[in-house]
Structures are given as C-alpha cells and as structure tokens.
Design a protein around this ligand. Structure first.
Ligand code: PEP
Ligand code: MN
Length: 265
C-alpha cells in the first residue's frame, strides 16, 4: 500500500460504474445480514435501491459464533443474490469464507467480502488476490491498523489492486451497551497511511439499530468513502443480526439525513 496518495476503486454494476474513494458521493452498501429467501432479498434490494444504495449486501456463507446458529443458505443463496441483482440493478457484495468457494462467489459478486474473522486467513487472502473482482476487507475485531494493512497487502501482492478497507468495530473492555467499539479515528489515520478507499460499518460497529444513524453521520463527517448498513424487511424476525438491522422506513430516514450531512449517492 502506498503512503500519502489516495486512489479510487471503480466497480462495475448493472446500473453503471460506481467509484469508491471520492468521499462525495459516499457509496452506500445495504441489505440484510443473511440472504434468507428470494422474496426478502428481492424486496430489500428494490427498497434500498429506491432509497439510493448502490450495492446490495447479504450473506450466503455466514461466520457464526455458534455452530447451532443459522449458517447461511450457501450456494443457493448465491443464486438468490443473482436474482436480486437482475431485479434491482444493484451491484452485489457477499462474503466468502472458504478458499474452495472463491470462484463460485466471485462469479456472482461484484465485490467479494472478507469478514472480520478471516482478515488474517492468509490462504484465503492469497486466493482472493488472485481473482479479479474488487475486495472488501473488514478489519479483524482485534487487529491493529498495521495488521489490517498487511492483510490488504496480501491481496495487493497477489495481483488484485482493488481493495476497500472496512472498519466494523473492535473489541474493547466495555461491551455492555454496544456490540463493538467503532473506531472512527481510522478514517484520518488510514488517509495518512494508505491510498486505499475506506468504508465504515456502523451496524456491526455498534450492534444497535438506533445507534447506526449517528455513527453513519459521524463517519461521513470524518471523510469515509462508503458506508455498509444492515437493512431487513422485518428485523424482529431476522435469522441473524436483527437488533442492529434497520427497517425500510428507518433506512429511508437515514438516507435523507445523510444527504444533508454529506451527499450520499
Ligand atoms: C457481515 O458483514 O456479514 C459480517 C459477518 O461482518 P463482520 O465480518 O464484520 O463480523
Ligand atoms: Mn451481520
């Protein structure tokens, strides 16, 4: 990664190219934690597209703390993401957890996500670096900024120069009121250390739906290039991360508020 300059990552989507790295407009990625069924993913895609999002997120392969929690629908969920892409015109971002699934995921995804728990899965980083879809690299929950940048370096060194860095909250001593501590100081710090575009995920960063909007505003004020926001048609019934997911109404409200702060797409 290069110091002292800023560069863009441009991603093609069915609705045209979207550029990360320009601060304004801020690129909005939203959608459910997990792809649960066709109806909910298509409905969510249409709703977030209408509100101004550029990318649909949704997990097919889910890294869950408990092996008894919903693990994602896997390959069949990739097909549902492809259907949602066709129905909405949004680009697709989804996580890959296993080197064996990289080719399959990168066929459907416009951006391939590496989750916090796999930030230092070096075989996975090398495999993802060797394919040509842009990569969304989440910060490990206990990773230093240098650890994170070196993880990005694995992808760059393998030949893929399109990496977006996403802060999603780190582990600190106080988790009583928030799921993670969202580290917004990474925005100016990364600006001084790397050319790579920055995204902030206030959904995983706080774990609480009502804290997402204030942290999203703060991230825009601090100069983020992108935001990842979890949205679900019925958060109370979500199979994962319901408490931090916004309803469609709350997401529409957020988009209106963000356009006042910082000209979201
Ligand atoms: C996600 O974005 O679906 C996710 C699992 O997030 P993280 O890897 O940041 O926990
Ligand atoms: Mn989630």
């Amino acid at each position: 990664y290069r110091n002292g300059e800023h560069s863009n990552v441009t991603v093609s989507t069915p609705s045209g190219d979207v550029t990360f790295g320009q601060k304004h407009p801020v690129v909005i990625i939203s959608g459910p934690c997990s792809v649960e069924n066709e109806e909910m993913i298509v409905e969510t895609a249409k709703a977030v597209k209408a509100a101004g999002a550029s990318f649909l997120r949704g997990g097919a392969y889910k890294p869950r703390t408990s092996p008894y929690s919903f693990q994602g629908h896997g390959e069949s969920a990739l097909e549902l993401l492809a259907a949602a892409r066709d129905a909405s015109g949004l680009g697709i971002i989804t996580e890959v957890m296993d080197t064996a699934d990289v080719d399959k995921v990168s066929e459907v995804a416009d951006i391939v996500q590496v989750g916090a728990r796999n930030m230092q899965n070096f075989p996975l980083l090398k495999k993802i670096g060797a394919q040509d879809k842009p990569v969304f690299l989440k910060r490990g929950m206990s990773a230093t900024i240098d650890d994170w940048l070196m993880a990005a370096e694995y992808i760059l060194a393998a030949g893929n120069s399109n990496v977006i860095l996403c802060e999603r909250g780190i582990r600190t001593f106080d988790r009583k009121y928030v799921r993670n501590t969202i580290d917004l100081a990474v925005i100016p710090v990364l600006r001084s250390l790397t050319h790579l575009p920055i995204a902030i995920d206030p959904s995983h960063g706080t774990g609480v739906a009502s804290y997402v909007l204030p942290m999203a505003k703060a991230a825009i004020a601090a100069g983020t290039d992108s935001l990842m926001i979890e949205v679900h048609p019925n958060p109370a019934k979500a199979l994962s991360d319901g408490p931090q997911s916004l309803t469609f109404d709350a997401f529409n409200h957020l988009m209106g508020e963000l356009s006042v702060v910082g000209n979201a797409v």
